[in-house]
Design a protein around this ligand. Structure first.
Ligand SMILES: *Cc1c(COP(=O)(O)O)cnc(C)c1O
Length: 371
């Protein structure tokens, strides 16, 4: 049996007719940028998330950059994020001219450790970017409370967690701004690049709408230096179709994660923390083990594709060598980078496939633990 980490074809097969119809409507309309699908999608996703404004942009990275820019963050400012995340969570800070400051993650949730947050705040700190990694909610209530005490903005990096929530409130709607990515492999993925910024603040929303279109409200009247970063009509049309399936897909991801956790119980691995209710929608199902490399190789031989998210923490990336960090500065993130392994996860995984993956992991540890 061969099982891939993600099978986008299995999803496409379910929605082929709907998606092809949606794309065809855009082609026939010959309206490709900032047309009706973009407007409807922004309305529909804002309603889904329970937030006042949604602004479609070119990708998740631009969404982060435009979010920070709209808050007036730039040279001389510091912004706090975690080292255990995708590069863009910090890259956006550098891109607007500010300095990234790192706070280590919690060993159980692998999200920002609120206990370590306060000591990273300085007079220059302007904002905090918690990351809801793998689809799991960071301790967002605690983080926003600390931010409020210190008069800091919160920009939630919810690029991996569309539809997840904390106590019934959707991730991305706790902070001043929430940011999402529609990169094809994300749990709500387009068929190309796409991103979204959400906020309840009218002024910020207007600024972000202008920033994505060269700083203009009226075409060819530019009020600020902006970007060219829009969610195109074809992607918006595809996302409108996919949004109607999202809750069902997220539910299936959770069900699969629970099955994995049951089947893998008792092995020398750290299983992902599921949290309460809908706190984790399992964009990725990621385990931690000291035998990561050996297990990866073993599963490969069994036809099972796995992934490493991520191999190197951000403070040790070559691009950030000038920040002067060394090994040992953020030990929880460093250990997670050495020990993480993501198993196949997508809503269409069958029980047979789940059993095969789990049995293969079990047989690896049986061999490993044999005297
Ligand atoms: C994917 C991702 C991004 C960037 O999104 P793109 O659409 O690829 O630019 C940012 N942060 C996190 C945590 C991500 O997973």
């Amino acid at each position: 049996m061969t099982i891939s980490l993600l099978d986008l074809k299995a999803q496409y097969e379910q929605i082929r007719t709907e998606v092809q119809g949606a794309i065809n409507t855009v082609l026939e309309s010959t309206k490709f940028i900032l047309g009706p699908n973009e407007i409807y999608f922004e309305e529909e996703i804002a309603k889904y998330l329970g937030v006042k404004h949604a602004v479609g942009v070119g990708n998740g990275t631009d969404a982060l950059v435009i979010a920070l820019d709209s808050l007036g963050i730039g040279l001389g400012d510091e912004v706090i994020t975690v080292p255990y995340t995708f590069f863009a969570s910090a890259e956006c800070i550098s891109r607007v001219g500010a300095k990234p400051v790192f706070v280590d993650v919690d060993p159980t949730t692998l999200t920002m450790d609120p206990e370590k947050l306060e000591s990273a705040i300085t007079a220059k700190t302007k904002a905090i970017i918690p990351v809801h990694i793998f689809g799991r909610a960071a301790n967002i209530r605690r983080i926003t409370a600390i931010a409020q005490e210190h008069h800091l903005f919160v920009v939630e990096d919810a690029c991996q967690s569309m539809g997840a929530d904390a106590d019934g409130k959707k991730l991305g709607t706790f902070g001043d701004i929430g940011v999402f990515s529609f990169f094809p492999t994300k749990n709500l993925g387009a068929y190309g690049d796409g991103g979204l910024i959400v906020t309840n603040d009218d002024t910020l929303a207007e600024r972000m709408q202008m920033l994505r279109a060269h700083g203009s409200k009226v075409k060819y009247h530019n009020e600020m230096i902006g970007y060219n970063s829009r969610l195109d009509e074809i992607q918006a049309a595809i996302l409108r179709v996919k949004l109607t399936h999202l809750d069902d897909w997220n539910q299936k991801r959770q069900d699969i994660a629970r099955k994995y956790n049951q089947l893998l119980d008792g092995l020398p691995i750290q299983l992902p923390d599921i949290g309460l209710e809908n706190q984790h929608i399992f964009h990725l199902y990621t385990i931690l083990t000291d035998k990561r490399d050996e297990l990866k190789e073993f599963l490969e031989k069994k036809g099972i594709e796995t992934g490493i998210y991520y191999p190197l923490p951000l403070h040790l990336q070559p691009a950030y060598s000038e920040l002067g960090f060394t090994v040992g500065d953020f030990p929880v993130s460093e250990a997670a980078c050495k020990r993480n392994l993501s198993l196949p996860m997508y809503p269409e995984l069958t029980d047979e496939q789940i059993d095969y993956v789990a049995n293969s992991v079990r047989s690896f540890f049986k061999e490993e633990l044999m005297p």
